[in-house]
Design a protein around this ligand. Structure first.
Ligand code: MCN
Length: 780
């Protein structure tokens, strides 16, 4: 059975995961293990007037109680946002100070004012309850629009009116002119609901300080351990890079929420030095709801103008983005370069203008969550397209076709240059698989049963594998967005791949091994993937933005090119042939058209024994590469959702969900389908079930699974997933990312289907039975 590119290889890593043998951060136990529990604010906004630690310190087994003044006094720096956005008036963004332990003020429910270090986790938690923080409660604001209003409580002194930045992209005057001359203008106010990421494994950190070596080791639930080390070292001054090892072992999902360096890891590292103990903290689910970065939370108004033939003439958007109480690591980039730059969708739109105001509120910080900006853009465009089609009496798929980009490369007016795609092919395939032609009959049959049936489309495009580094640097990014890889051929021919990507559910140990096994014609069992340890892997930018395939695997390909070049030289020398005649196949390195061959393992051995190498060749067989792509990749697709609504109750069932995606070259169709299934499940969760709710005082109403509804198996349909691929011209494998597509494309398809069924467009996510029923009543 083939295990190469295109093969449905079962995941190598699943053996340990499904037999309970995974090694997660919370499984790490050090000899001198102590435990941390944070003293968290019950108020959304309050001054800290004093902290009385005496009762907690008096408890037997409590090692120390540490506060923010001690932390800053030791020189630990503030948490930063790593992407500088410049407002349209040229001013820098207003980044308020964020100390890992609050000093003067707490700014959201859950903000930590102190930490208890104790002999057991239970004791640490009990002692944290005994720490008395004297708060002076201040007025709070949780809604972004209200935070911008006159007289709203101000959260950071250096952010007047709670405004972080007021940014724009595109040509406003040209867009206004296009809208004023349009034959039809569709106008909508659209909210993108706030979500909590909820990976299966909660966040965790185990920090150990070795006083003799002045060295720190941090095990943590990170998607990017090298970036964590860089930031911990360069900005938070926890330790110099060569004195800090960060290990992200098995990580049980992240969905973006484990990209960031949170207060807890910083505090554990510092506390391990202060107490000379290994300090462990593991979040429980309640703590995750009030500390893991949330996602989305946009309020937008949008106008889309059309000419008489249904061609889009202009698109104008005004967005308010809720950032929560502090600016998290990549927060500033999400509603700007990951959102507004995607507002052209799959369409040829000459005039686009988008204004974004980023706003502080007394809520958990908001940052990237699966899709990050692109689901918000896609939802906006695809709700507008469907609404416009209804208003103009046009078929929604025909309106889309009238506007599809068909020539590539295509430069949009909002930075992105689409490199390849065939949007018609995806739409055709999805329509056929969804049996759109048979929909009227199904609708009629449903009506006989008293049910309302609806069908909704979404033609999405997204950008992943953010690149190139020079371009993102010019837009304000504080890091490069390349990836590195090292290919180590061992003396007996087995291969270790050291990658800067990090797998936390995406199956890298399998797909990465597939391309290596195919290239060197060796069994996939002979390839292992090493990731997630700054002491093993030279450097890496980690996994987010569906970059590991397009960028991480490309780095492996580049390193394999170098290995192959050396293998050819060695074989040509030993077999006395020309390098050009060497082929690698069937586990051997051969001379084409002859019976002269060496086993793959013999080449490895030759490289290490070095008894018979070409003159001047270095011994050994390991090569590395850093790969910086020339452009993003642009996955795209067409999703069609069909629903049935019970008009008596508003209960909605997704009866059919069809996807046709373009992910370029597909390495492992089974893993890709799994990614699409998971993404769509999260998109359906956003569309129908999930929403973080704060009351006006900043108290979190949805702080547990009793109130925050995660999709369960029974809420989800079977998915019908297809592919219609175009090859990405910007990376050696021709791949496009697949990890976020489902979450980006699916929400508008669901809401378009429900609004089609109920004949009312005034429906916001999540479309709970109550929301659907209310919209239905309002329409009657
Ligand atoms: N792949 C492939 N062929 C393609 C594209 C990808 O076979 N044309 C394979 C890749 O080799 C990889 C997987 O599909 O094994 C996903 O690849 P890619 O799209 O490059 O995404 P990343 O590996 O970079 O993963 C990040 C992406 C993001 S941004 C989020 S958020 C997300 C997601 O992946 N979080 C996840 N999927 C997740 N899946 C799980 N189980 N857990 C998460 O936290």
């Amino acid at each position: 059975m083939s295990t190469g590119i295109g093969a449905r290889v079962k995941r190598k890593e699943d053996k340990r995961f499904i037999t309970g043998k995974g090694k997660y951060t919370d499984d790490v136990r050090s000899e001198n293990q102590a435990y941390a529990a944070f003293v968290r604010s019950p108020h959304a906004h309050a001054k800290i007037k004093g902290i009385d630690k005496s009762a907690a310190l008096a408890m037997e087994g409590v090692i120390d109680v540490l506060d923010g003044h001690q932390l800053t006094g030791d020189g630990i720096g503030n948490i930063i946002c790593g992407w500088a956005i410049t407002s349209k008036d040229g001013s820098a963004m207003n980044m308020g100070a964020w100390s890992a332990l609050a000093t003067e003020k707490v700014r959201y429910v859950g903000d930590a004012a102190a930490v208890v270090i104790a002999e057991t986790q239970a004791l640490a938690r009990i002692a944290a309850e005994a720490v008395e923080v004297d708060y002076e409660v201040l007025p709070a604001v949780s809604n972004a629009k209200k935070a911008l209003a006159d007289g709203a409580p101000e959260i950071h002194d250096n952010a007047p009116g709670n405004l972080i930045y007021d940014w724009e992209i595109g040509e406003e005057a040209a867009t206004d002119a296009a809208l004023s001359e349009a034959a039809h203008v569709t106008e909508m106010e659209i909210t993108n609901n706030r979500l909590s990421p909820n990976p299966m494994e909660p966040r965790s950190a185990v920090a150990t300080y070795d006083a003799a070596e002045e060295h720190y080791t941090l095990y943590t639930t990170s998607q990017n351990p090298h970036v964590a080390r860089l930031v911990l070292s360069a900005f938070y001054q926890v330790a110099p890079e060569h004195k800090l090892r960060v290990i992200a072992p098995d990580v049980g999902g992240g969905f973006g929420s484990k990209i960031y360096i949170y207060p807890e890891e910083i505090t554990c590292l510092w506390a391990s030095m202060k107490t000379n103990r290994s300090v462990k903290w593991t979040s429980d689910r309640s703590e995750a709801f009030i500390t893991d970065a949330h996602g989305r939370d946009h309020i937008s108004t949008a106008k889309m103008g059309f000419d008489a033939d249904g061609r889009i003439t202009g698109f104008k958007v005004d967005t308010i983005a809720n950032f929560g109480a502090y600016m998290s690591l990549f927060s500033s980039a999400v509603p700007t370069y990951l959102y507004a730059t995607l507002l052209s969708g799959q369409y040829d739109i000459q005039n686009i203008h988008c204004n974004v105001r980023a706003v502080y509120t007394n809520t958990v910080p908001v940052d990237a969550y699966r899709g990050a900006g692109r689901p918000e853009a896609c939802y906006l465009i695809e709700r507008m397209m469907e609404t416009a089609a209804r208003e103009m009496g046009k078929d929604p798929s025909e309106l889309r076709r009238a506007n599809f980009v068909r020539e590539f490369p295509h430069q949009t007016p909002v930075i992105m240059a689409y490199d390849a795609g065939d949007f018609d092919a995806n739409l055709d395939q999805a329509r056929e698989a969804a049996d759109v032609a048979g929909f009227p009959a199904r609708k009629e049959e449903a009506a006989k049963r008293g049910k309302l049936r609806g069908l909704g489309y979404s033609s999405y495009i997204e950008a992943c594998g953010i690149a190139p580094s020079a371009a993102v640097g010019s837009l304000g990014a504080g890091v490069g967005l390349w990836e590195s890889a090292e290919v180590r051929v061992n003396p007996v021919g087995t291969i270790e791949i050291l990658t800067g990507s990090h797998s936390h559910g995406q199956g890298h140990e399998t797909t990465f091994a597939q391309i290596v096994a195919e290239r060197f014609s060796i069994p996939i069992e002979n390839v292992s993937i090493v990731h997630g340890d700054t002491d093993k892997v030279q450097f890496g930018m980690g996994t987010y933005g569906s970059r590991s395939g397009a960028v991480g695997m490309s780095a492996i390909v580049k390193a394999m090119d170098k290995v192959e070049a050396k293998v050819r030289k060695i074989a040509a020398h030993v077999l006395e042939a020309s390098e050009d005649d060497i082929v690698i196949e069937g586990g051997e390195v051969k001379v084409k058209g002859t019976d002269k061959a060496m086993g793959w393992h013999e080449v490895g051995l030759s490289a290490y024994t070095a008894h018979n190498l070409p003159p001047d060749m270095e011994p050994g067989l390991k090569e590395s590469a850093f790969y910086d792509p020339a452009n993003f990749t642009f996955p795209a697709g067409a999703y069609i959702c069909e629903v049935e609504v019970d008009p008596e109750t508003g209960v909605t069932e997704i009866v059919r969900f069809t996807a046709s995606d373009d992910f370029g070259t597909i390495i492992n169709p089974m893993i890709v389908e799994g990614q699409v299934h998971g993404g769509i499940a999260q998109g359906i969760g956003q569309a129908m079930l999930e929403q973080v709710v704060y009351d006006d005082d900043g108290q979190l109403i949805t702080g547990s699974y009793m109130d925050y509804t995660m999709p369960r198996a029974a809420d989800l349909p079977f998915y019908d997933v297809h592919h219609a691929s175009t090859i990405c011209p910007n990376n050696p494998l021709g791949m496009k990312g697949c990890g976020e597509a489902g979450a980006i494309g699916s929400p508008p398809a669901v809401i378009n289907a429900i609004t089609d069924a109920i004949g009312s467009n005034t429906l916001a996510m999540p479309a709970t039975p109550h929301a659907v029923w209310s919209a239905l009543q309002a329409a009657q």
